[in-house]
Design a protein around this ligand. Structure first.
Ligand code: NI
Length: 168
């Protein structure tokens, strides 16, 4: 397993809608393991393949405090949604920034597992939020898209300052 580099906003590769996974081969299994290792190392509760430069409709998640409830979400879709509420959110591709945005409190997810087997999952709270966040990534969307242009601009400046300070 390996920790992969995570792309940061405004990398254009974060903005492309990803195509579905069609091959459930060894390469995919290794990619899934690497995504989990990268997510746990970050640390984060979710990571989409395109955040590591791999354009595939695949994300991994684990919202448990004990890091023992891994979820693989391939070619996901949301079947049902509840009412929305305001939650605080951040993203590994938008480091050091957090803000409040609307998310559905409950969702019903349909996706494939790492072996291509379909499953459905009723999620609420943090897991439901995470599912929506990762699904947005797979559609080329970031949580900052829900913010005002003023706030987005502030985050962009913060990130470019941080980039020049680190020399990369
Ligand atoms: Ni994210």
């Amino acid at each position: 397993m390996a920790v992969l580099p995570i792309l940061h906003h405004p990398d254009p590769r974060l903005r492309h809608k990803t195509p579905p996974v069609t091959q459930f081969d060894e390469t995919l299994q290794k990619l899934i393991d690497d995504l989990f290792e990268t997510m746990y190392a970050a640390p984060g509760v979710g990571l989409a393949a395109n955040q590591c430069g791999v354009p595939l409709r695949l994300a991994v998640m684990d919202c448990s405090e004990t890091h023992d409830q891994p979820i693989v979400m391939i070619n996901p879709e949301i079947l049902e949604r509840s009412e929305r509420h305001i939650v605080e959110e951040g993203c590994l591709s938008v480091p050091e920034a957090r803000d409040k945005i609307p998310r559905y409190h409950r969702v019903r997810l349909r996706a494939l597992d790492r072996h291509g087997k379909p499953y459905e999952l009723d999620a609420e709270g943090l897991l439901a939020q995470c599912i929506q966040h990762e699904l947005d990534h797979l559609d080329g969307k970031l949580y900052i898209d829900y913010l005002s242009s003023l706030k987005r601009e502030r985050i962009r400046k913060l990130l470019s300052r941080r980039k020049s300070a680190s020399g990369g």
